[in-house]
Design a protein around this ligand. Structure first.
Ligand code: C2E
Ligand code: CA
Ligand code: CA
Ligand code: CA
Length: 279
């Protein structure tokens, strides 16, 4: 806590599940879900590269632990997955994101899109589609403003089943992003039949575009692939003006990263949005 409200305390990367349990995080997470006010979505802006305007946000979860301060999702999402708590956490996140979209509904035009991360177990759990349907009804938001982000590796674990669910999500009117693209060895021959709207190029590729010619060429190839398939591209982890300019030159539509903003608590994201609307 002493580290300030936007600081995320990281545990040692070597700290594995059993250690997490030993430190009581599992019981704490159960309590956090019951308490209802410790898990919170932060929002990171996604920017249109050609004009710098706001396109939407990615919702990224944070745990405000009463004693340990802010805990990164990297440290508790795996635990939540192992213990099935992810299903309840994920269900609430979709609802919270939809409520945020409703709060951001402008008098005219569309609200910003919010992309919510959905992990494997949550995705395969019964009731996901019904939950989304109910959430859309309750909040009355435009369906296309809610986007689900699933990772490329989740897809590859079970391509048929994933495709079937994603097709329903899209039929429902919501959007789908493939996250961390390039890291999961998806079969290119399947990609064109896969139901999704957006490819997110993983940060590990974006990092290298200004460093080497190969780095740039790899992102160019991913981008032309998306172009051929008529899908949008978001480049994640953009940290410098040089990267943003190179990505724009490749014809990539959207960028996300510390260059524009870190993930922000809802109140600060609202300020970011208000400033953007004045532009
Ligand atoms: P991700 O979905 O790939 O999210 C991108 C991560 O990169 C976020 O970390 C974000 O804060 C960080 N990031 C954004 N821009 C930059 C940048 O310019 N430079 C660098 N170095 N990092 C940047 P975060 O918020 O710690 O989330 C980590 C991972 O935890 C996410 O990776 C995602 O897999 C998972 N996660 C986060 N929120 C949720 C959630 O609500 N549900 C599920 N299932 N998983 C989540
Ligand atoms: Ca993501
Ligand atoms: Ca990602
Ligand atoms: Ca990534």
């Amino acid at each position: 806590k002493a580290q300030g409200r936007n600081q995320v305390v990281r545990f040692e990367p070597s700290m594995h599940q059993s250690a997490m349990k030993r430190f009581g995080l599992e019981a704490d997470l159960k309590r956090a879900i019951a308490a209802g006010d410790q898990l919170e979505l932060f929002y990171q802006p996604i920017i249109e590269l050609k004009d710098g305007r706001l396109h939407g946000f990615e919702a990224l979860i944070r745990w405000r632990h009463p004693e340990r301060g802010m805990i990164s999702p990297v440290d508790f999402i795996p635990l939540a997955e192992d213990t099935d708590m992810i299903v309840e956490i994920g269900r609430r996140s979709i609802m919270e994101a939809a409520r945020q979209i409703a709060a951001w509904m402008p008098a005219e035009g569309d609200p910003p899109q919010i992309a919510v991360n959905v992990s494997g177990k949550q995705f395969m759990a019964a009731g996901l589609l019904e939950d989304i349907e109910r959430t859309l009804q309750k909040t009355g938001i435009p369906k296309g403003s809610l986007k689900l982000e699933v990772t490329e590796s989740l897809i590859m674990d079970n391509p048929e089943r994933t495709a079937e669910i994603l097709r329903k999500v899209i039929t429902m009117g919501c959007k789908v992003s493939i996250d961390d693209f390039g890291t999961g060895y998806s079969s290119l021959s399947h990609l064109h039949r896969f139901p999704f709207n957006t490819l997110k190029i993983d940060r590990s590729f974006v990092m290298r575009i200004a460093e080497s010619r190969e780095g740039l060429e790899i992102v160019r190839v991913i981008s032309s692939l998306a172009h051929i398939l008529e899908r949008d591209v978001v480049a994640e982890g953009v940290e410098t003006e040089e990267q943003a300019a190179l990505l724009a030159k490749l014809g990539i539509q959207y960028g996300q990263g510390y260059f524009w903003s870190k993930p922000l608590p809802a109140t600060e994201a609202s300020v970011f949005l208000a400033k953007n609307r004045q532009k």
